[in-house]
Design a protein around this ligand. Structure first.
Ligand code: ADP
Length: 238
């Protein structure tokens, strides 16, 4: 479903009198089922790219084809529906709801996607077990470590069984070992489910685990490298 093709995508932001070019004619492909890393320094346009893939924003021009749909031209309601049904997000700072338990955080996301109605969503408790938190379902985010919170966030992103999982610096606020654990969970789920994963990072070590690395700089694609034999997260020199 989610083979992704971007053609000549441009996105600028206006800041007062200045126009800031975030994406300057980006063309690329992301293979369905692969784990792709978008790598680049701060300010290179990575988050903008992820937000376009996730339907959080629309480009000024160009096409963003996800599966058989060009989401670049979708209006608000349709873009929201696209996002809700097709995309799971993982953020740097987890973004869990603090007044809900781990289980409720995961269940809410699935419900909001109408996952249960479609019979598509995973059981939230089972999802938490799959990220190694079967014994933490009733904990609130404040009672969990950073790494555990991020694993809840991964379970939440996948609970609605989205075709596309987007992660923005998912290990950016974790120590190295905890980050490796989160990447192991994501890599394993990617292989199990065949869902398309796109991870954005400035950390070149993480690129070693990817099937494909798209390097960006100054809003442009600099190169794309396919890696038929990626490292496991715990095999990398961090
Ligand atoms: P990265 O994720 O690689 O750090 P971003 O996509 O966040 O890069 O940003 C790319 C450029 O666009 C940066 O110069 C940034 O300051 C600018 N930018 C991003 N979002 C906005 C926004 N909402 N308003 C104004 N400028 C923005």
């Amino acid at each position: 479903m989610s083979h992704i093709v971007l053609r000549d995508v441009r996105k600028t932001y206006r800041m007062g009198n200045n126009l800031i070019t975030a994406l300057d004619g980006v063309s690329l492909e992301i293979e369905a089922g692969q784990l792709t890393v978008v790598l680049g320094p701060s300010g290179s346009g990575k988050t903008t790219l992820l937000n376009l893939l996730g339907g959080l924003e629309s480009p000024d021009s160009g096409s963003v084809r996800v599966g058989d749909q060009d989401i670049a031209g979708l209006k608000n309601g349709k873009l929201t529906a696209y996002r809700r049904h097709n995309v799971g997000f993982v953020f740097q700072f987890f973004n869990l709801l603090p007044t809900l338990t781990a289980l409720e955080n995961v269940a809410l996301s699935a419900e909001m996607a109408d996952g249960y109605a479609y019979g598509r969503a995973h059981d939230p408790a089972e999802m938490l077990a799959r990220v190694g938190l079967g014994d933490r379902t009733d904990h609130y985010p404040g009672q969990l470590s950073g790494g555990q919170q991020q694993r809840v966030a991964v379970a939440r992103a996948l609970a609605k069984n989205p075709a596309l999982v987007l992660a923005d610096e998912p290990t950016g606020s974790l120590d190295v070992q905890t980050g490796i654990d989160v990447l192991k969970v994501m890599r394993a789920l990617n292989r199990e489910t065949g869902q398309t994963f796109v991870l954005v990072t400035h950390n070149s070590a993480i690129a070693g685990i990817a099937d494909r690395v798209i390097r960006v700089g100054s809003g442009k694609v600099q190169n794309i490298i396919n890696n038929p034999d990626p490292f496991e997260p715990d095999e990398i020199e961090w």
